[in-house]
Design a protein. Structure first.
Length: 132
């Protein structure tokens, strides 16, 4: 059993993370959090990574259109107690997990890689590889 953590998160950890993601997405989409910043921004919950003991959740979010990320994170942190309570009511776990909000940078990284692949120098190298 000691080597199991090296294989990645368990199915249960992944399942609970997905349940937390769905619960938060629903709460934010319905406008259940009464906050001026959150009411004017559509926020996508892209991923939730749970700790193995299911007590901590790192929630990756992305405001749609990518604007005001710092303000959105601040608003989510301001309402973390309410969000934690709502998630614990919707997701059946022994403990209410602590929520830690982070901006999802994966979209920006993907865009950066895509822009690099589109540069003339890289495009030329890719075309040369295809001829061989």
């Amino acid at each position: 059993m000691a080597g199991r953590e090296q294989d990645g998160p368990s199915v249960r950890v992944l399942r609970v993370g997905e349940q937390v993601r769905h619960a938060l997405s629903e709460i934010l989409a319905r406008g259940d959090v009464h906050d001026d910043t959150l009411s004017t921004h559509m926020v996508s919950v892209t991923e939730v990574r749970m700790s193995p003991d299911l007590r901590h959740a790192t929630v990756f979010v992305k405001p749609l259109l990518g604007g005001d990320e710092a303000e959105v994170i601040t608003a989510l942190k301001r309402h973390v107690r309410y969000l934690r309570g709502e998630v614990s009511r919707r997701v059946n776990t022994k403990y209410a997990c602590d929520l830690k909000f982070r901006i999802d940078e994966s979209f920006d990284e993907g865009s950066h890689i895509d822009s690099i692949l589109r540069t003339a120098h890289v495009a030329q190298d890719l075309a040369d590889d295809g001829e061989e």
